[in-house]
Every structure is written in C-alpha cells, then in structure tokens.
Design a protein around this ligand. Sequence first.
Ligand code: COS
Length: 392
Amino acid sequence: MQAPTGHLALPFFDAGHRDLAARLSGWAPQQDVDESDDRRACRHWVRLLGDHGWLRYCVPAAFGGALEKLDSRALVILRETLAFHSPLADFAFAMQGLGSGAITLAGTPAQQAAYLGAVARGDKIAAFALSEPDAGSDVAAMSTTARFEADGTVVLDGTKTWISNGGIADYYCVFAKTDTAAGTRGITAFIVDADSPGLDSSEQIAVMAPHPLATLQFRACRIPAGAQLGALHGGFKLAMQTLDIFRASVAGAALGMARRALREAIAYAQRRPMFGQRLADFQLTQARLGEMAALVDAAALLTYRAAWLRDCVGTGTPAQAQAYSAQAAMAKMTATENAQRVIDMALQMHGGLGVKVGTKVESLYRDIRSLRIYEGATEVQQLIIGKSVLKG
Ligand code: COS
C-alpha cells in the first residue's frame, strides 16, 4: 500500500522534502524484514536505514549527515513514511535521532566525531536513558547518581528503566544526579558505552507491540572523565531540548500510523459487501470516514506547523523556544490522541477482522498506544501547553 503524498504540496514543505518523501515512499515498501523478534528486527532495520542513507537525517552534515542542520520537517516526513509501512522501522530510525540528539546539541568535538558518524552509518545503535522506576514524567525525582573521582573517572549508581534499545544499544546518553539537593539544576548527562564495567542491560521488558526495551542497572559503573556530555548540572535542560526536537517527530510517526489506518479502512469499506451493497455505501460509514480524515488532517497541520516553526523561525530567543515547545507539545498530544481514535475507528469498521492477529489495523491498535506515553505523556504535553498559555 502506497503512502499518500497530497499533503506534501502544503507550503510547509520545499522541493527537498518532496524529493525525500518520494524516494522513501519508493524504498520503504520494498524492504522485507522479519519482525517476529523485535531485537533482531531492530538491528536489521538500523543496518538497512544506515546502508541506504536514511539515518543521515539524524545528524548534521558536519558529522556525515544529509543536511547542514537537523531538519524537523525531514524528520517528520521520515517518521511519517516509515511508520505508515512499519512502526518498528520508524522506531529504529527515531532512536538513532533521540539517542544522538544530546551529542549533536552539546557534545565536544571529540564526542561528536566518535559517535555521530557511526550513528548516521548505522554502525552504532543509540539510546537515551532518562526514566527511572520512580521518575518518569517527574524527571527531577531521578535517583541515579554520578560522582567524580580524583582522576576525573565518573562512577554511576542507580536504575534506569523503559529504555528503548536497552540491551541492543552500543551506547546510552544517561542523565544522573551530580547534586542530589538541586532538583532539575543538579542533573548532568554522560555518554556510557554499553560495555562499561558495572552496567547491566540484560533485564528486558516485554510490551504489547514490538519495541526493544530494557531496565539498566548501574552498579559502581565506571566511565572515563571525557564521558560527561554538556555542562555540569546542565543535564535537565539538555534532556528537555533533545525531547523538544523529537516531539514533533513523534507526532509524525503517529500521523503515519493514522494515515495507514484510514487507508486500510477506506480499502476495506470499498470491498466489503453488506446488506446488498458495499460498506462504503452506507452514510454511517461515510460519516465515520469523514471524521477520521478530519482528525488526520488536524493532526497533520499541527505537526507540520511545529516542524516548520523550528526550521524556519528557530528557537534562538526565549520567546521562540517557548513558542516552539508549546507547539511541539500540541502536535505530539493531538497527533497521538487522534491517531488512537482513528485506528480504533478503522478497527471497528473491520468488525471481527479488526481484532484478528495479523490484520494491519490490529497491529496498529497495539503499535500506537505507547506513543501517547513515551517522550512525554499526553498529560505532560497538556502541562507544557498550559504553562505556556499562562505565560502569554
Ligand atoms: N528547554 C529548555 N529548558 C527548559 C525546557 C525546555 N523545553 N523546559 C524546562 N526548561 C527549564 C526551565 O526553564 C527551568 O529552568 P530554570 O531552572 O533556569 O528556571 C528548568 O528547566 C526546570 O523547568 P520546570 O520547572 O518546568 O521543570 P519541572 O520539573 O516542572 O518539569 C516537565 C517539567 C514535566 C515538563 C518535564 O519534567 C518533562 O518534560 N517531563 C517529561 C519527561 C519525558 O518526556 N519523559 C519521557 C522520557 S524519554 S522517552
């Protein structure tokens, strides 16, 4: 099934975006990846995405990337198109971006040289380790600590959980308390190679849709002095800035899944005979498809606006940064919530087939659910938008 392209004519996009979408729409459906084992499949997708140049959109050109700087609209198009065909391919792509974003933003030249090119080629699998058993939305409540020894060696202790690519990543961007009394101002980021002594990533977490996840245990985990990422105590802002970039792209992924569900529903309604006519001939079906199409378009417009704002207006001033944060939050919240509704309606339209394992809408129903939670749950997006509205 081909992904729709009509929306690429919107003024948010330029010829480069249209070319990217056309090339990816030709490539993605031709890939045949066995997704029965999510870890093996994820590695396979990273290899394919790296070999064919798609991961080059996760890093800037100076480090082997495709474009001079990270382009939010390209990220949205990539995630939307990949998610239309395979949510796991989208996941593999997205994590290379999220797991390297903090290095792009704040890495030293040596760190950028060591990691970003390898991420863009698919030679290193990246991960972002922020959440903990008792600190998900409330990042400041994290209890993992990092202390510096006299020679600069850093020692990490604590537990991170819900870590995407946990167990298959080559390195983790880990956020830890360097001042336990300073809340959000006492967190620092570190790059932790997967083979660091004292790091155990063997505890896998099984979830309802293919998605490699693990809990990480740091027990006197020793990493070199040069592994600090960004400023001492600057980790909270770095995490937020990284999430800000990729939140609009989560909306893109949700949009891709919603578009696929709508396409599946339209195709099914046109072929399914019922009471002497086609399902599509009933006004009830037409009204439902109309509602689904409007939910998809509303999500698309918010998503593209947020990505366009970051690319074309920027986040250089505090006012711009706040405006972008709020618009990315609106996009993420609306696109993921609308996609859940659209997919549920598509499943309902399929009747019993909708819940049959192996039907596309059945897997989409499971695939979409975590997007309303990860990278900031809907309720966190509401808070971000609400705070911004109150500030005016
Ligand atoms: N960019 C830069 N700085 C930011 C920022 C952003 N997007 N958001 C907040 N900050 C700054 C604030 O300006 C504030 O700075 P000062 O200390 O200089 O005043 C500081 O960070 C603390 O901000 P705030 O008081 O808003 O922090 P809270 O602890 O209230 O947390 C939320 C705010 C809930 C929005 C934040 O913790 C969050 O996004 N949580 C969700 C985390 C998440 O997505 N988890 C998923 C894990 S990754 S899959």
